[in-house]
Ligand binder design. Structure first.
Ligand SMILES: [Mn+2]
Length: 236
């Protein structure tokens, strides 16, 4: 069992804005931005050297783009497809990006590969909103900081394989509040974690716990945990 440290994922944690120093020595934390902090954990299928599960977090002006990709199958061919999708997404520079367009961009990029399943999320701080869209079975959920008796809000998934065939794409937008936590997991994670999620303040610890406790032995597993911090204004 191997749970990655965030540092090993640094190449895909891209920040276009200077990240706030988290200590006096100016040390930068790549998993923290002005509007959110996040954690990532993964486990590669035993016997494979390369995971087909990838993630991307891109900090944009006043926004944060999140993606989790599961390349079809496992091993190098799955990893290649997932890598291509992440590269297609990594060029996003504007918070006005359309998730619809991003999926279509990935679809073109993945033609001729095994394809993959992708879920995307875009937090807009000024609007306190999350827009999300999923093709395939990368599950998404929002755990509310102040929760009622209902469970997490779940991402509505549509069947499809990016690179092969797409369902009708309809992004949904919901309101989020500071402290709300967005979680994406690949199908290598048993989704029962959604009913049993332990309260934990640290996103990285939570991501590791999800993969450790709910990761299946039969597939690559990945959990991305993003905690929204707010837009820095009193009205947030
Ligand atoms: Mn999988």
């Amino acid at each position: 069992m191997y749970v990655s440290r965030p540092s090993s994922y640094f190449p895909w944690t891209i920040s276009r804005r200077r990240i706030r120093p988290d200590s006096d020595d100016g040390k930068m934390t790549p998993t923290d931005s002005l509007i959110a902090e996040w954690g990532i954990a993964t486990r590669t299928l035993p016997g494979e050297s390369d995971s087909g599960d990838r993630h991307l977090v891109v900090e944009l002006p006043g926004a944060l783009l999140m993606a989790v990709v599961d390349g079809a199958g496992n091993g190098p061919a799955a990893a290649e497809a997932a890598e291509l999708a992440v590269q297609a997404l990594a060029g996003s520079t504007s918070s006005d990006i359309s998730l619809f367009n991003l999926i279509n961009r990935c679809h073109k990029q993945l033609r001729g590969t095994r394809g993959g399943v992708i879920s995307l999320g875009l937090i807009k701080a000024r609007e306190n909103s999350l827009t999300w869209l999923g093709v395939g079975n990368v599950e998404g959920a929002v755990f509310r900081a102040i929760s009622g008796k209902t469970g997490p809000a779940r991402l509505l998934l549509r069947s499809g394989v990016v690179g092969m065939w797409l369902p009708p794409l309809k992004p949904y937008t919901l309101a989020i509040a500071p402290g709300d936590t967005v979680v994406f997991v690949t199908d290598g994670v048993d989704n029962r974690f959604m009913e049993e999620l332990p309260p934990m303040n640290d996103s990285q610890a939570l991501a590791e716990k999800i993969v450790h406790n709910y990761g299946r032995q039969t597939d690559d597993a990945l959990a991305l945990v993003v905690r929204y911090k707010g837009n820095g204004h009193a009205d947030s």
